[in-house]
Design a protein around this ligand. Sequence first.
Ligand code: NIG
Length: 404
Amino acid sequence: MSEPLLLTDIGQLVTCTGTPGAGEASLAISVATSVLIQEGLIAGIGHDDSAVKAALAAGVNTLSMDDQVLMPGFVDSHSHIVFGGDRVAEFKARMSGAPYLAGGIGNTVSATREATTQALATNAGALREEMLASGSTTVEIKSGYGLTVEHEKRILEVAQGITDQTTFLGAHLVPGEHANDPERYVEEVCGPMLEACAPYARFIDVFLEAGAFDARQARRVLQAGLAHGLIPTLHASQLGPGEGAKIALEVGAASLSHGNHLTTSDIQLLRGSGVVVTALPGTDFSTAGAYLDVRPLHDAGITVSLASNCNPGSSFSSSLSFMIALAVREMKMSPADAVWSATAGGAAALRLIDRGQIRVGARADLIQLQAPDYAYVAYRPGVDVVRRVFLNGDMVVEKARDVR
Ligand code: NIG
């Protein structure tokens, strides 16, 4: 464990400890302050804090933040980064008007099955490094491109080498070899596949959508996961309306991802339920789909998280800064709400209480922006404004930059 470190000259400390959906108040900002890191955790905040004063008196190491922003690292609560091949041809076709179809997942399944475990690990590891460099200190990874007992387990083993936030998504698509008997495949997912994969996963997920799994199958999969101690989560209402909100409530899901076609009555159902809606603007960008309008969700008091959904088919970007910029421009989110959703919101979607906010006792997963204001993340779209990244208190990324 590294020595205590005092981060000084913080121009804007964005703690994300306020109420979600409350605009800038949700960020609970303070200015001209300092943060003490000790044993991987935040140990004190502010010049008047007794731990900070004691550390200064003891001659603690200091690092100036050059009057820039310090904020929590991004918590990316939805990704599929263990895969083989790419789907750039599908992207090009979509940009010429072709629709996004769930069945495209099958192309990545074939390429993933063909890839060696080493190749999968190398590719996923490189994407994880890319995510960390762009400020994502926590990343969730789903399986779902194997769709056999052996291949789903292999994907989760690779994922577990990268993160402890792993999700079993055997019910991503009915694979070609089971096309004539989808029920048999659901049986396999809920039986031997779940048995083999549950030890490597924290969550269970299902793609509830036309062309993937129906409501009855989704219920069955999520209930089976619950019986194995996994936390349910869903992909739902992405391409059309459905029973996702209802099922999320029934099984006590942590989150529902996509939600583009949630209806007014779905939103009423979700109100007060604790289910987080995970908005995935990179998907709407990359599939040329209609963006989710988050205002009715905020109005209903529903917690919204923002994630990359990094995958080769529907969203091949790992950048939460890009997602924030898109959400601000296209999903009617304020810059403050978008930053909250990509940090504290992501932690809520993963049911993690030790990160996503800057407060005493939380993990020291932090990012320093090359900027005087948090809104630069959206104000400078396409520009990397993340200057330093701290993970468990250790500085793991530092980019050489001139300080303006
Ligand atoms: O979240 N919607 C389902 N799963 C992924 C898509 C993966 C793919 O197209 O390969 C998603 O968008």
